[in-house]
Design a protein around this ligand. Sequence first.
Ligand code: ATP
Ligand code: MG
Length: 419
Amino acid sequence: MRRSVLFTKTTKDISKDEVSRNAQLLLRAGMVNQLMAGVYTYLPLGLRVLNRIEAIIREEMDAIGAQELIMPALHPRDIWDTTGRWEALDVLFRLKGAGDRDLALGATHEEVVTPLAQGIISSYRDLPMAVYQVQTKFRNEPRAKSGLMRGREFRMKDMYSFHATQEDLDAFYDQAIGAYQRVYARLGLGERTLLTFASGGAFSKYSHEFQTMTDSGEDTVYRIPGTQMAINEEIIGDQEALAGIIPNYQKGDEATLSTVKAVEVGNIFKLGTRFSKAFGLTFTDRDGSVKNPVMGCYGIGPSRMMGTIAEILSDDAGLVWPAAIAPYTINLIGLRMDDAGVKSLTTRLYDGWRAQGIEVLFDDRDAQAGEKFADADLLGCPWQAIVGPKGAAEGRVEWKNRATGDKSVLAEGELPFTR
Ligand code: ATP
Ligand code: MG
């Protein structure tokens, strides 16, 4: 992509209301644009990052046998009345449709997927089944001051599983934990993300959150030393639960746990029969008895992931994307594009890399060197290839690693990815 025609601008002019670091960086980089608090446009560069995060999540969900679908975001009131959540879910956007009909915007999809499964699951032979979607969700969050980390309109991957037995749900739930951990590892957050025990509701002892340690997180968790696990604030007072979680637990041990600030980047839950009962979803078991399937739900927020990564993996100069989700692999910078040598070398590199399927952002603008360097650091592509008149005359390119700042001067044929 040629920078001169890219639909974006970097800017220094950020509203004072935008207090979160991730939003400030992404706005400055021209990756997102804010329409109102908690509601963002993803511009072409930002959308590439979001799409890559979502692609990684899809791969890991597909790998455990889940199937993708997409459910409506506009819901009739009655499905929410069936579960009592029209009243109970405080963040639900409620609105009026034609004919004064009560509608809701999808905040989560148990109320849609359960009746949907009714037409498909009727026998033990139809189980287990897991479906997921990657979709825009709406929640009327009281505070939306964390940029992409807490939107009122945001992206979520939500998966729902249906099982004949509790044991089968337990086994799938453990597979889902593995899939989630692979997602965080691939996004560069594996080391910082803690499997966190949270209260489970009526149907299981615990649910699990995936909490990524960062000072900008809104949550506080108690880390279990020597592990990648933690305990949520709500359950820390429950000694019976603690005995099941902390190895060799002795009364009072929780007082020795240190707390860390973290952001919830995923949440998985055993729902039991709460929703299958509410909607009368049943199956006929092997022995002819009629039962409600037990269900699980598994959420992860791609837009929150993007904000979290922007927040954590960045420095004073700007964003530092992991290669797996960077908008482009190489940011090729031509200094003095009016120089014939620069023009011909940069064009050759750009065409050559693209012919090999390598994604390149080519700064071909008629702009000052300082502006181009600052922009490249701000955008955070993993590699920068810099060509000026002197280098072009000698067939040399400056090659810079954005994360480490390491630079080397390479001949054209020595450049990575050139062959
Ligand atoms: P939180 O406790 O942070 O409000 P939640 O427990 O309500 O989140 P879930 O309903 O479990 O969240 O949603 C699944 C995932 O969707 C979360 O783990 C998070 O990654 C993401 N998510 C939830 N709310 C938002 C939001 N307002 N903006 C961006 N991502 C969100
Ligand atoms: Mg939560």
